[in-house]
Ligand binder design. Structure first.
Ligand code: ATP
Ligand code: MG
Length: 180
């Protein structure tokens, strides 16, 4: 499975609808300071279900919506869609292509979709669990993350390895069953 396309509308510094296509191999995103490189990484984590405004470098969730400039009015909502090539069924869902989408309004209301079908955050988190690509997956290595892993408590560091080993799914199910 690999990331094919990222579409953004109204997220942070992107008021226009933009589409970034990724090829197999490495894609680099370059640009001057403040041009929105990190915002692209934030968009990826956000659509995967990131719930912490702080980790998205904002104060509240609304801060991810384009807040306007001198020339442009703020927007009322934003959305991000991420499309994966799933020929190899790396994601446990029977489609060759999987698009997940998240939209949020200023009112705080939000929606998630998997291949255009409305779903819960939980469905997205479960779909990506153990793939390494979820919101807490090791595939997004933010600034300071390497330091954080090296200096983490052994129990916390273990989570990174468990995700890589693909056992988080079972742990989560066990915990859920124990709560019932
Ligand atoms: P650097 O090279 O310094 O790391 P960068 O390319 O990673 O820069 P970002 O941090 O992605 O830059 O972008 C920061 C810009 O995004 C700032 O100019 C900030 O004003 C803008 N920005 C963030 N949130 C919003 C928002 N909700 N609405 C409009 N602009 C926003
Ligand atoms: Mg940056």
């Amino acid at each position: 499975m690999f990331l094919k396309k990222l579409e953004i509308y109204g997220f942070k510094s992107f008021p226009d609808r933009i589409e970034i296509q990724f090829e197999r191999g490495i894609t680099g995103i370059v640009g001057p300071n403040g041009s929105g490189k990190s915002n692209i990484g934030d968009a990826v984590r956000w659509v995967l279900g990131e719930q912490s405004a702080k980790s998205l470098r904002g104060g509240k969730m609304e801060d991810v919506i384009f807040s306007g400039t001198e020339k442009r009015k703020p927007l009322g909502y934003c959305e991000v869609a991420l499309t994966f090539d799933n020929e190899d069924r790396g994601l446990d869902i029977d489609y060759t292509e999987v698009t997940i989408m998240r939209r949020v309004y200023r009112s705080g209301e939000g929606e998630y979709f998997i291949n255009k079908n409305a779903c819960r955050l939980k469905d997205i988190v479960e779909l990506f669990r153990d793939t390494g690509s979820g919101r807490e997956g090791y595939s997004v290595v933010g600034q300071g993350k390497v330091d954080e892993i090296l200096s983490a408590k052994p129990e916390d560091r273990r989570q990174v390895f468990e995700e890589a080993a693909g056992v988080m799914k079972y742990k989560a199910r066990k915990e859920e069953a124990a709560r019932k």
